[in-house]
Design a protein around this ligand. Structure first.
Ligand code: DC
Length: 242
């Protein structure tokens, strides 16, 4: 992992991992804004790869085609001043909307379990975070991408509450999906994420648990910002003692 020592030492890496639809991305984005940090949504990167593979009809077990595809895929995040959010670009095209559809959601955990895909994405994520001052959310950030992150949070919530949140999110985007279908999709993704051989979703030993079942987003954000300030203070103290 490359860590650029020219950046201020009290800028920390915040790793937020956890199950899908716990509010990870919304929390991470708002925490990044509050601290003036950059925000990297690693789920969006796996979604963008999935979209590319689906669009180009690439068989997931065709290793050669997969390697070619990974070389052809360029993922970037660009800030949209109107929505005030980072949006995902795949080979120069804004795919923010497409990657959030159920069509992509149905295949993303299968794609994200492929070792070659993970290796390529993890390398990019480590590069994106090397300047520090970053909030990164995903499934393996605290365990694999930045195992030495100064602050690690593991988010979880009741599956039914997560499904209701996801249904609302999809409805706002004009997509109507039955709650039972979403519950099934969430359960399947949880199972795939936690049981895959390559970097399964698990709470790092030093991650703090945040159950968001009965929390509002602003409460989650405030809690994480507080933990971040404590982690920054600890880091400043350690650095000044060294
Ligand atoms: O966070 P999300 O729901 O947008 O993630 C989409 C999928 O990508 C999800 O099935 C898990 C996978 N993922 C992963 O395997 N590792 C990450 N660091 C981030 C997401």
């Amino acid at each position: 992992m490359v860590v650029d020592k020219t950046y201020p030492f009290n800028r920390i890496i915040i790793a937020i991992d956890g199950y899908s639809s716990c509010g990870k991305s919304t929390t991470a984005r708002q925490v990044a804004a509050a601290l003036n940090y950059s925000y990297i949504d690693t789920g969006a990167m796996y979604r963008a790869v999935t979209l590319y593979l689906l669009q180009n009809r690439i068989e997931l077990n065709d290793t050669a085609a997969m390697q070619n595809a990974l070389h052809a895929i360029r993922i970037e995040f660009n800030f949209n001043p109107i929505s005030r959010c980072n949006e995902t670009y795949l080979n120069g095209l804004n795919v923010e909307r497409e990657i959030r559809t159920q069509y992509v959601a149905n295949s993303v955990s299968e794609v994200s379990a492929i070792p070659e895909v993970r290796r390529a994405m993890v390398a990019q994520q480590q590069l994106m975070g090397h300047k520090r001052g970053v909030v990164m959310d995903g499934r393996d950030i605290g365990t694999h991408v930045f195992p030495k992150a100064e602050l690690k949070i593991f988010m979880s919530a009741d599956p039914l509450i997560r499904a209701q949140r996801r249904q609302l999110e999809l409805r706002e985007k004009g997509e109507c999906v039955e709650l039972s279908e979403i519950v099934e999709n969430i359960k399947k993704r949880d199972h795939n994420d936690t049981t895959r051989t390559e970097s399964p979703l698990r709470r790092a030993d030093d991650a703090q648990l945040l159950d968001t079942s009965f929390m509002a987003i602003h409460e989650q954000v405030a809690w994480v910002v507080e933990q971040a300030k404590i982690a920054m203070m600890k880091l400043t103290h350690t650095t000044s003692m060294a």
